[in-house]
Design a protein around this ligand. Structure first.
Ligand code: GUN
Ligand code: FE
Length: 418
């Protein structure tokens, strides 16, 4: 059995309300899993070499629970459009070009490397409709070594012909990718109807059947924008609400389900979302950029819904999850000007980006016994180390830090190289 010992200032969140802080402490890791976190090292480990990070912080990695690898090149363009216009004018052409294997390999390698660079150790990602292109994204994740759920995007109507597919072809591609990648330990398939407007009842039904038959999780978008919601009502007039379009076909909490945005959930949808398999993904940067709105996530958390955090690049313009944490706090403050108790705290936002998203991958996202040692070492400036408490230093990293502050990245105790 391989034993490792790491030492530093250990910080994580076990729940949203407060940080767990172990200054100058040890983490004992056996075969990649944390065995113990302690202030003095038990004598059993006297002969084990210590990876001593001195005065640096050791924190969990970040989990980006919603983003579009197929839009990576587009980050920071088209940022004055609204959602539906932005998709038509900017996004679909780029996604179509990523059917080319050589191009997709280049773009997806840059994307996965940047995730790791900025401390994202797990991601749930939309590729494009192309099966070949999506396979390149699986391979890029496997090369870089971080955890991922990778989705081939499914869309059969209401978009330009050059990006649409027919339902049979879409289903065959999903099945091919599932059989090729389902048994991988870190990079797994996820069923990805783009959103209700580009899906049909037939395509949703067949994706729901695959989800059940192969026990594959699901990711999609929900209630992001008011025009989009009106469109969903006109396309699915029988449905009581947006969530029940997915629900009718076994795609809303029947298997683990990620739903991005959820800006305008109705009381009935909140009830449907109170399901341990439903993970809402808050995407604050994107919600501001394409002018969707501000999701009332503090309210959702108080109501017992699972909320996680996503960059939603390229609706969001930054791949850095510390930026998403900042934007989650900032947008909650703006909402609190018009809604009572809407503001979230630093520990709540940090929890969303680490433990809450990590739970979708298994026992990751916390630095406690039984969890994988998936962690970042934050080595900030000596002038800050001398002056501030470890929690102030963490906040400073979140608000002002970048990859230059991250001196090591581990998955299951293994150091990952950029
Ligand atoms: N809804 C459907 N597709 C998309 C997308 O690519 N980005 C965002 N933000 N919303 C969507
Ligand atoms: Fe999105």
């Amino acid at each position: 059995m391989k034993t490792q010992v790491f030492k530093g200032h250990i910080i994580y969140t076990d729940g949203p309300d407060r940080f767990e802080v172990h200054e100058n402490s040890y983490i004992v890791v056996k075969n990649g899993t944390i065995e113990d976190v302690c202030e003095s090292l038990p004598t059993d480990y006297a002969d084990t070499p210590i990876h001593d990070f001195g005065n640096a912080l050791i924190i969990p990695g970040f989990y980006d629970m919603h983003n579009h690898a197929g839009q990576y090149l587009q980050c920071g363009t088209g940022m004055t459009k609204q959602l539906l216009e932005w998709l038509n004018d900017y996004t679909y052409k780029l996604e179509a070009d990523l059917a080319d294997k050589a191009y997709a390999t280049k773009v997806y390698r840059a994307f996965t490397r940047d995730l790791l660079r900025y401390g994202t150790l797990g991601a749930c990602t939309f590729a494009t409709t192309s099966e070949k292109g999506t396979a390149c994204l699986f391979e890029a994740f496997k090369e870089i070594g971080i955890r991922a759920f990778v989705g081939k995007v499914n869309m059969v109507r209401n978009a330009p012909d050059f990006i649409l597919e027919d339902t049979d072809a879409s289903i065959e591609s999903n099945l091919a990718l599932i059989s090729r990648y389902q048994s991988d330990s870190k990079v797994k398939p996820i069923l990805t109807p783009r959103f209700a407007p580009t899906s049909s009842e037939a395509s949703l039904k067949r994706l729901g059947e695959i989800a059940r038959a192969h026990n594959i999780p699901v990711q999609s978008h929900i209630s992001e924008n008011k025009d989009e919601i009106a469109w969903v009502h006109s396309l699915y007039p029988w449905a009581e609400n947006y969530a029940s379009v997915y629900g009718k076909f076994g795609l809303y909490g029947h298997v683990p389900t990620l739903m991005a945005h959820a800006v305008y959930l109705t009381p009935d949808e909140i009830e449907l979302s109170r399901n341990e398999n439903v993970y809402l993904v808050h995407c604050p940067d994107s919600n501001i950029n394409v002018r969707s709105g501000i999701a009332p996530i503090k309210q959702y958390m108080t109501q017992g819904l699972k909320v996680t955090l996503g960059s939603d690049i390229a609706g969001g313009h930054k791949i850095q999850m510390n930026e998403a944490i900042v934007r989650a706090i900032q947008s909650s403050k703006l909402l609190s000007l018009s809604q009572k108790d809407a503001q979230i705290s630093l520990s709540e936002a940090f929890y969303l980006a680490t433990a809450a998203g990590g739970a979708f991958f298994g026992s990751v996202g916390k630095l406690k016994s039984g969890y994988a040692f998936d962690a970042l070492v934050i080595d900030d400036h000596p002038l800050y180390k001398d002056r501030y408490s470890v929690l102030d230093r963490l906040e400073k990293f979140i608000y002002t830090g970048d990859d230059r502050w991250i001196s090591a990245r581990f998955i299951e105790g293994q150091l990952l190289e950029l």
